[in-house]
Design a protein around this ligand. Structure first.
Ligand SMILES: [Zn+2]
Length: 171
């Protein structure tokens, strides 16, 4: 059996066209996607196994990284992606609904970020991409995407209104 490999790499691009999937929040089984024509979309958030109707989103993101030897496309699941994004996929989804430009800004935010990744070969031999099992940002000033995006989006609204960072602390 092949062991995991740890690589140093630079993040080139994150594919946010399809970055998450839905699971049942109680039993974490995958719920059918909206593309699944066999399921009425109104019924698709009901879990067939535990009858819970509380779906949640988990990350599943394709990213391109460059190591010292090659460019790879790897797939990053929820635990590792949360390190990079700094919030759950649900939170990120709602943030991009409120700030439609946020998703397109993610690639600028991450541009060239240096990461140490642990990659593992998927058990399914037909799976195309190696899975990221852990990710460690190496830059000392690294902050998760949501932190940078909130700053960028807040700066815009703060310049229209007052500066909310000056609070009344004189008492
Ligand atoms: Zn369930």
């Amino acid at each position: 059996m092949e062991s995991d490999q740890t690589v140093l790499c630079q993040l080139l691009a994150v594919d946010l066209s399809d970055y998450c999937y839905r699971v049942c929040s109680r039993c974490e089984r995958v719920l059918p996607g909206d593309n699944n024509k066999c399921v009425f979309s109104s019924a698709s958030s009901l879990c067939k196994f535990c009858q819970s109707n509380e779906p949640k989103l988990l990350y599943r993101i394709l990213m391109s990284v460059v190591t010292d030897t090659s460019v790879k496309t790897v797939i990053c699941f929820d635990r590792a992606a949360t390190v990079l994004f700094g919030c759950s996929a649900d939170e990120f989804f709602h943030f991009t609904k409120l700030n439609p430009k946020a998703a397109s800004m993610v690639n600028q935010v991450f541009d060239g970020e240096m990461l140490r990744m642990t990659l593992t070969r998927p058990k399914n031999l037909n799976a195309q991409h190696m899975r990221v099992t852990s990710v460690v940002p190496l830059r000392s000033g690294f902050q998760p995407a949501i932190v940078t995006l909130r700053q960028l989006c807040c700066t815009k609204s703060a310049s229209l209104g007052g500066d909310c960072s000056i609070t009344n602390n004189s008492f």
